[in-house]
Design a protein around this ligand. Structure first.
Ligand code: UD1
Ligand code: MG
Length: 450
């Protein structure tokens, strides 16, 4: 039997944030979500999350995770005290307990598998992950002999100068034999610099205690402050870009682009500099994105080109071009082969195949039929000051430059709207609609003036 416990009750004082530390986001997922995901592959029988500081907020953020047991630690008196809270919920449990620090988000699932394997094959009472860090300051130091047997872990602040020279650091990831740990937990004391109960002190009470050193020290980076948060973000971004390059995406300037875990790319996508993908976006085969785009929770079909534009909650069919300087807002549903040009904003609207909105337009709450050509500066006036109304334009219609379509409004198919018109009444199929003052020309007007 395997139980996993994630320590997530701490405040994260060093973050100086209103947000509990484990909810800080990293490449689109919170620290605690990442830690939980790292043990999915192990298919544990029980998953427990120790919460305390802003417990409700942490629980709410994980509402979608079925089968998670929340255990309250109040007050938060250290990592040993946190694990003591498991004595009751795990009273009848026998097997292994994998303890994960909620602020160590870069662990690879394979590393946890290796930890459990070594733990089983050696029969140790506890096996912990360690790494040699170039700069181990802040971390607990692991004291071990060459066979891998650990005698103690000493926190940085409790170390002597000599002990600090040891750069073998504690990752905060442990596999315990639960029954042996349960017997050791009541023996913890708070005789240390922070006056807290340290989980690390159980290691000196359990025999044999072993460690497994990870090759990639990045994996065990703990996040205690914003500098470490930014360092982990950089590591994750590099992992994501490497993954997608291996899958056939070209990044012309990878370091200037950022990705989210849930973004998917097809083959032969080219991403130019300064492009940022957030949320769950998908980019079809052969798209060319950038430079300078923000794409969030949006879907692009194959062969699209997007340049210097912002897309949020939009879906765009194949072979469309967007930008430069366009904004597609939530609910924009754009079919194949459309052109959205410069300084165009689209919101909550459907554009059928081949629609062109090339310059300086606002299309909000509208449905444009196939092949509609929206003249430069056409605006849908969708808001009457109280409510939003829809504009429907039939297939094949054209609006002249600087048209205002005052919603609710229905233009039939193949309608032509004269330039500069303000259209307030519905227009039938094939008609010309004009809504502007007639031009007046006074001959020789200058000469007639005194
Ligand atoms: C801890 C380890 C240290 C290790 C480092 C790795 C201890 C005593 N020290 O130090 O050896 O090198 O992690 O990153 O364990 N938490 C609770 N309840 C509490 C206190 C903390 O749930 O009362 C949670 C925190 O939310 C956090 C985790 O435990 O997710 C670790 O706590 P933190 O204060 O960050 O410990 P470190 O000082 O980093
Ligand atoms: Mg920490």
């Amino acid at each position: 039997m395997l139980a996993v416990a994630v320590l997530a009750a701490g405040k994260g004082t060093r973050m100086r944030s209103a947000l509990p530390k484990v909810l800080q986001p990293l490449a689109g997922a919170s620290l605690v979500e990442r830690v939980l995901a790292s043990c999915d592959q192990l298919q544990p029988d029980r998953r427990l999350l120790i919460v305390g500081h802003q417990a409700e907020r942490v629980e709410q953020s994980l509402a979608g995770h079925a089968g998670l047991e929340f255990v309250l630690q109040q007050p938060q008196n250290g990592t040993g005290h946190a694990v003591q809270q498991l004595l009751e919920p795990l009273a009848d449990f026998s097997g292994d307990l994998l303890v994960l620090n909620g602020d160590v988000p870069l662990l690879r699932p394979e590393t946890l598998v290796a930890l459990l394997e070594q733990h089983h094959s050696s029969g140790a009472a506890v096996t912990l992950l360690s790494a040699r860090l170039a700069d181990p300051s802040g971390y607990g130091r692991v004291f071990a002999d060459p066979s891998g047997a650990v005698s103690a872990i000493v926190e940085h602040r409790d170390c002597s100068d000599e002990q600090r020279l040891n750069n073998l650091t504690n990752a905060g990831i442990y596999c315990f034999n639960w029954q042996q740990l349960a017997a050791a937990l009541p023996q913890l004391s708070s005789d240390n610099d922070q006056g807290e109960l340290y989980l690390t002190d159980t290691v000196a009470l359990l025999r044999p205690a072993m460690h497994l050193e990870v090759a990639d020290a990045d994996e065990i980076t703990g996040i205690n402050d914003r500098l470490q948060l930014s360092q982990c973000e950089a590591v994750l971004q590099q992992r994501l870009r490497c993954h997608w390059m291996a899958e056939g995406v070209t990044f012309t300037d990878p370091a200037s682009c950022s990705l989210s875990e849930a973004t998917r790319f097809g083959r032969d996508v080219v991403v130019e500099p300064q492009c940022h993908f957030r949320g769950a976006s998908s980019i079809g085969d052969g798209c060319r994105i950038g430079p300078g785009c923000l794409i969030e929770n949006s879907q692009l079909g194959e062969g699209c080109e997007v340049l210097h534009s912002v897309l949020r909650g939009a879906s765009v069919g194949p072979h469309c071009s967007v930008g430069p300087f366009a904004q597609l807002r939530p609910g924009s549903k754009i079919a194949e082969r459309c052109h959205i040009g410069n300084f165009v904003e689209v919101k909550n609207s459907t554009l059928a195949a081949g629609v062109k909105v090339n310059h300086l337009s606002y299309i909000g709450d509208a449905d444009l039929g196939a092949g509609v050509n929206v003249g430069a500066g056409t605006i849908t006036a969708n808001y009457d000051g109280e409510r939003k109304h829809r504009t429907v334009v039939g297939a094949g219609s054209k609006t002249g430059a600087n048209s205002v379509l005052v919603a609710p409004l229905h233009l039939g198919q193949n309608v032509t709207v004269g330039a500069g018109s303000t259209i307030t009444r519905d227009v039938p199929d094939n008609a010309l609609a004009l809504g502007r003052a007639r031009q007046l020309v006074k001959d020789n007007w200058r000469a007639a003036r005194p």
